[in-house]
Design a binder for this molecule. Structure first.
Ligand code: NDP
Length: 328
């Protein structure tokens, strides 16, 4: 068997962490032949719950799980990691101003950047899940200058998978035959779920769905507001689907996207498709040999361009707010 890879999960005692650790231990992120050592980080108040997660991982006797490091020490957590899935963050509580949530989270991500810079391998692949995911990832990138920017990404794969799921339900087609939806921009309600390049069973999604009013209206709002709908139904935010999508993101990044398929990832913008530069923006990407590249040459109609601009403007504004928070 290959040498084990070290996979860090932060916020590991939280609800996404609880769904994510077993998936990674079963090979959902790095494949069925790759042993893993899980590094689980959480904060001091969650120490006991974290120990409970560690105990359950031991009790699950996973064949691929070569070890568990459960810790509240950021430096120990980042030491020697190959992959990091950063889920830990300060939750938005009722009555909190947006700037307060931003301020809490960007300071967490600035501190984690220092640990990453000091202890992480330059090749480590980083996925930020905690909200505001794109801006947290940007702060991480800006404060860990020795880590190549291409190694720092934000998760929009759950939104992407939600789009595929809606098209699957609407057309009665298995989700495995629905491909190439795109989530553009921010992992927030301004994201633009775009079906103009999506296919259902190899045919353009618009031709199969035959209802442009739905695709330009209800489809978009359903995907954008799915998180809230899950909270309403479950009384808790999505965790299983968030964990599953995080594994999809890492798996495709490491093992490559299938020929003819692209996926959505929040990556450092180079200005493609008129997106603002130097923010973490979700684009359609393909991956090969552990590297992503933004799909080029897709036609963008005027309506889409407008929606891309809205979500891009929000990211520029979030970036300014984050910088203001760090300067305070
Ligand atoms: P969850 O595990 O439910 O969520 C963790 C983070 O993922 C939140 O920022 C959440 O954002 C975000 N997220 C991104 N996408 C989604 C999605 N689609 N659905 C749901 N959440 C999403 O939170 P818990 O409170 O259960 O766990 C958080 C853990 O983080 C706790 O164990 C806590 O101790 C730890 N923590 C760590 C800190 C640190 O590292 N310094 C600071 C504070 C907490 P949103 O809030 O917008 O739902």
């Amino acid at each position: 068997a290959p040498e084990p890879k070290r996979v860090l999960i932060t916020g590991a005692a939280g609800q996404i962490g609880y769904a994510l650790a077993p998936l990674v231990a079963r090979g959902a992120a790095l494949g069925p032949d790759q042993p893993v050592i899980l590094h689980l980080l959480d904060i001091e108040p969650a120490k006991q719950a974290l120990e409970g997660v560690r105990m359950e991982l031991v009790d699950s006797a996973y064949p691929l799980l070569a070890g568990v490091v459960a810790t509240t020490d950021v430096n120990e957590a980042f030491n020697g990691i190959d992959v990091a899935i950063l889920v830990g963050g300060f939750p938005r509580k009722a009555g909190m101003e947006r700037k307060d949530v931003m301020s809490k989270n960007v300071s967490i991500y600035k501190a984690q950047a220092a640990a990453l810079e000091k202890h992480g391998s330059k090749n480590a692949k980083i996925l930020v899940v905690a909200n505001p995911a794109n801006t947290n990832a940007l702060i991480l990138k800006e404060n860990a200058p020795s880590i190549p920017a291409e190694n720092i990404t934000a998760m929009t794969r759950l939104d992407h998978n939600r789009a595929l799921g809606q098209l699957s339900e609407r057309t009665g087609t298995h989700v495995g035959k629905v491909r190439n939806a795109i989530i553009w921009g921010n992992h927030s309600s301004t994201q633009y779920p775009d079906v103009n390049h999506a296919t259902v069973d190899g045919k353009p999604a618009r031709e199969v769905v035959k209802d442009d009013a739905y695709l330009d209206g209800e489809f978009i709002t359903t995907v954008q507001q799915r998180g809230a709908a899950i909270i309403k139904a479950r009384g808790l935010s999505s965790a299983l689907s968030a964990a599953s999508s995080a594994c999809d993101h890492i798996r495709d990044w490491v093992l490559g996207t299938p020929e003819g398929t692209f996926v959505s990832m929040g990556v450092l913008s180079d200005g493609s498709y008129g997106a603002p530069k130097d923010v973490i923006f979700s684009f359609p990407v393909t991956t090969k040999d552990g590297k992503w590249s933004i799909v080029q040459g897709l036609d963008i109609d005027e309506r889409s361009a407008q929606l891309l601009k809205t979500t891009g403007d929000e990211l520029v504004e979030e970036k300014a707010l984050a910088q203001e928070c760090l300067a305070d």
